[in-house]
Design a protein around this ligand. Structure first.
Ligand SMILES: [Zn+2]
Length: 451
């Protein structure tokens, strides 16, 4: 009897699964924020970005893009975000989406697209990033490693709303002018969801893949148009988008407003932009002066540490944590928050019982970091005991996936006793760059002074 039941269940399962496998469900990743916070963050950030770029006033071009955008935004999968669509007078090939709704399309997209389908492809792709909450997902993931300190209440009450809290974490949206880069996985998700919504409103999704590939080809394999610095090419776009098209019920891709060529002419006739978004879209935070040897000294709460003069200290002075990183170790592209792929996090860890036990506290911290970072190895780590300037330290090596090159990332955790609790440093680098940064890492670690 039991066997029979099992067979029946298995069959049902197979049938259900078979159907699901046809069109894969596209789900947003983990997120510490509520959708309302996406909206709030997008509002805060759009005010900032609109000071830096030249948004076109209402007119035929803006209305055209907004009407195309609304077609996508009204698709059931797009979700209930308050989408807005604005045109930026900038011939650079770029487009960006802020969390919670704002979409910006550079005139460069219009000038380089061949038809309305290609333009629609970019719009659908950007809307999908918002729908899938990729920005706050990225922020959440970059916060993971710093969360132990945050949970410990080391920051006290955050000031200045969400962006203030993030700034304190060193992953501020605006405060540092550091912006983010989507992951390749997020890119593919945005392509696939975008393709579905495009097809629903009567445009052939293959135009989106074709446009991205033409742009990529034009760039001659180099870093390419700005679009790719925030939207890295996941590869095989045409292949997976055309496979997706064969699974879609829609076959009629004849939608076209007939306005595209006229709008392209309007974009061509625009005066030179007065403002152009700079690399990173903002000023780096002010840094302490350089020491005679070229390094800088960061003063935190209870510690001092030196870092290379060309690096940035990200955080609030005299706070219990700071992130030290070269600019290229943190993504500075369009959209919201950065991910640290090369750099050092210095922070204090306090567990709830606030009784210091070096080995146990280190293990607990490792566990938290592992739990909070999906790509991190889960194996029980090895604790190596060393001496550092007369102090006992534990050194733990962890590996995860690098947001910089998609390869392995080495995360070396160093913990030590401080003021009856524990200080820790996490040295983050892509495996491929470990050799070249080893000396910087050593200098940083050796310069640490606890007070
Ligand atoms: Zn993208």
């Amino acid at each position: 009897m039991i066997t029979r039941l099992l067979t029946v269940t298995l069959l049902c399962g197979a049938i259900l699964w078979g159907q699901a496998a046809k069109l894969k469900e596209i789900k947003p990743g983990m997120n510490f924020f509520k959708p309302d916070q996406d909206i709030q963050m997008g509002r805060e950030y759009s005010q900032q970005i609109e000071k830096e770029v030249e948004v076109l006033p209402t007119g035929p071009l803006t209305e055209y893009i907004a009407s195309l955008g609304q077609k996508i935004a009204s698709q059931p999968q797009a979700g209930k975000f308050p989408f807005t669509f604005k045109v930026v007078n900038d011939p650079t090939i770029n487009a960006f989406a802020l969390p919670g709704g704002p979409v910006y399309i550079n005139t460069g997209i219009l000038l380089n697209a061949d038809n309305e389908g290609q333009l629609m492809g970019v719009i659908a792709h950007e809307v999908s990033h918002i729908t899938l909450r990729h920005s706050t997902n990225q922020v959440s993931r970059s916060m993971m490693i710093q969360i132990p300190a945050m949970l410990a209440g080391a920051y006290g009450q955050s000031k200045g709303g969400l962006s203030g809290m993030l700034a304190q974490l060193g992953v501020g949206l605006g405060a540092n002018g550091l912006l983010m880069k989507f992951s390749r996985g997020a890119e593919q998700q945005a392509d696939l969801l975008g393709a579905r919504m495009m097809a629903q409103v009567g445009y052939n999704p293959i135009e989106m893949a074709r446009f991205f590939e033409t742009l990529e080809a034009q760039s001659g394999g180099k870093s390419g148009p700005s679009f790719f610095s925030s939207h890295p090419n996941p590869g095989n776009r045409s292949k997976y988008v055309s496979e997706e098209v064969t699974l879609l019920p829609q076959r009629d891709f004849s939608a076209d407003t007939g306005k595209f060529q006229r709008m392209k002419q309007l974009a061509k006739a625009l005066p030179e932009p007065k403002k152009k978004m700079g690399q990173g879209g903002g000023q780096p935070p002010a840094q302490p002066p350089q020491n005679p040897d070229g390094s800088r000294t960061w003063k935190g709460d209870g510690f001092k540490i030196n870092y290379p003069g060309a690096w940035l200290g990200l955080g609030e002075p005299n706070a219990p944590t700071v992130t030290l990183a070269p600019r290229e170790g943190v993504r500075q592209e369009n959209n919201s928050a950065p991910q640290i792929g090369l750099g050092v996090i210095v922070a204090r860890y306090e567990d709830d019982d606030s009784r210091f036990n070096h080995r146990e506290d280190t293990l607990r911290l490792v566990q938290q970091i592992q739990q909070q970072n999906a790509s991190m190895s889960r194996t029980q780590p090895q604790l190596d005991q060393h001496q550092l300037n007369g102090r006992n330290v534990f050194v733990v090596r962890l590996t995860s996936k690098s947001p910089l090159d998609g390869g392995n990332e080495v995360d070396t955790l160093v913990t030590m006793e401080h003021r009856g609790g524990m200080m820790y440093l996490v040295f983050i680098a892509p495996e491929r760059q470990m050799q070249s940064v080893q000396r910087d890492f050593d200098n940083i670690l050796n310069s640490l002074v606890l007070q």
